[in-house]
Design a protein around this ligand. Structure first.
Ligand code: UFG
Length: 348
């Protein structure tokens, strides 16, 4: 299949593009490079062993998106592109709604006009809201506690409605838990812009000396060691889930399929810190701080539907996740280099 990967230069998008290519698909990247680096592309080319087609387009631009899809001959769209910082979404809700909803709307309009039948969407466990019991199942009600989360809930609804209106559309709503880790080469990985929001990139930056210490947000949760527990899954397992979902969309009669992508096994903050210390070979300075507003004690998936319907499981261990994150971070302490000015010629 020829597959348009929106946000393909980003963290999960880059790993997924490579796996799509390895599976024999033609993965084409569209990215606006606002939160990703152009230097990712050369590294992806090296890993893929060929030159990957890349388009620089703002997907909220309906005409530009339509032109891209019109000329592309795509069989499917995998839509990663979007803003994803919870705190920023509270400060700039309109940016989040217009960007995240706008890009999905223009992709859907263009796909409808040009007959692209499959859509795989990057959703999130955030759609289970604040008080969901664990493990979380796909049939739980959805809600949100911040604008970022609402954009995921709303985009899921937009996709369901689009599939009612066009029964030939096949949609996968993939609800990610906590993606971490990096490609085994250490040449691509997570490179958050600004101060990271998430645990793993923060630990990695402490380990490499970019920050003094990790703050543990609360050690008085009702969990075995008092720290929050999450369902961390390796980004390579997550990428494989997209390949499996795309395959499944080719055979299913179900118009909209929802799959949790997680391991089903929770790991505490202290357990992640310990695993990372083993991976990097030294102790990491930590300090216990008050709970972070909006955090829950535990969040983890019931991944049995994805296992039954996709034949997919996230098997890589927390030690592998930390080892691969450390290889990436230690080889690229400051993340990806900025492309030298005038180097947009590496965009095709
Ligand atoms: N944590 C710390 N210190 C830090 C950062 C995080 O102790 O400096 C803890 C948090 O309290 C939590 C755990 O590490 O217990 C994981 O925190 P993350 O921010 O990495 O992940 P969250 O589970 O809080 O958030 C993730 C996604 C969000 C999404 C949310 C719910 O990043 O986009 O899951 O699905 F909204």
């Amino acid at each position: 299949m020829r597959i348009l990967v929106s946000g393909g230069a980003g963290y999960i998008g880059s790993h997924t593009t490579l796996q799509l290519i390895a599976a024999g698909h033609d993965g084409v990247i569209v990215d606006d490079f606002r939160r990703s680096k152009r230097s990712v592309v050369a590294r992806l080319d090296a890993l893929a062993g060929r030159s990957i087609e890349v388009h620089e387009v703002d997907l909220t631009d309906l005409a530009a998106t339509d032109a891209l899809v019109s000329a592309g001959g795509f069989d499917a769209v995998v839509h990663f592109a979007g803003l994803k910082a919870v705190g920023e979404s509270v400060e700039k809700p309109l940016d989040y709604y217009s960007n995240n909803l706008g890009s999905t709307l223009s992709l859907l309009a263009a796909m409808s006009r040009h007959g692209v039948p499959k859509f795989v969407f990057s959703s999130s466990a955030t759609v289970y809201g604040e008080n969901a019991p664990v493990p979380m199942r796909e049939d739980f009600p959805t809600s949100a506690t911040n604008p970022y989360g609402w954009t995921k809930v709303m985009q899921e609804q937009i996709l369901r409605d689009a599939a009612v209106a066009d029964p030939s559309l096949r949609v996968a709503l993939l609800r990610y838990f906590n993606p971490v880790g990096a490609h085994a080469s250490g040449t691509i990985g997570e490179d958050p812009s600004g101060i990271p929001n998430n645990l793993m990139p923060l630990i990695a930056q402490v380990a490499v000396g970019r920050r003094d210490k990790l703050l543990i947000y609360g050690d008085d949760y009702p969990t075995p060691d008092g720290t929050g527990r999450r369902d961390y899954l390796h980004v390579e397992d997550l990428a494989a889930g997209h390949v499996a979902a795309l395959d499944r969309l080719g055979t299913t009669d179900v118009t909209v399929s929802t799959w949790n992508l997680g391991t089903g096994t929770p790991t505490s903050v202290r357990e992640v810190v310990d695993a990372f210390s083993r991976a990097c070979g030294h102790e990491l300075p930590v300090e216990v701080a008050p709970r972070r507003a909006g955090d829950v004690a535990e969040s983890y998936a019931d991944p049995s539907r994805a296992e039954a319907e996709l034949g997919w499981r996230a098997d890589r261990t927390i030690d592998q996740m930390c080892e691969d994150t450390w290889r990436w971070q230690s080889q690229n302490p400051d993340g990806y280099p900025d492309a030298p000015s005038g180097s947009s010629s590496d965009l095709r």
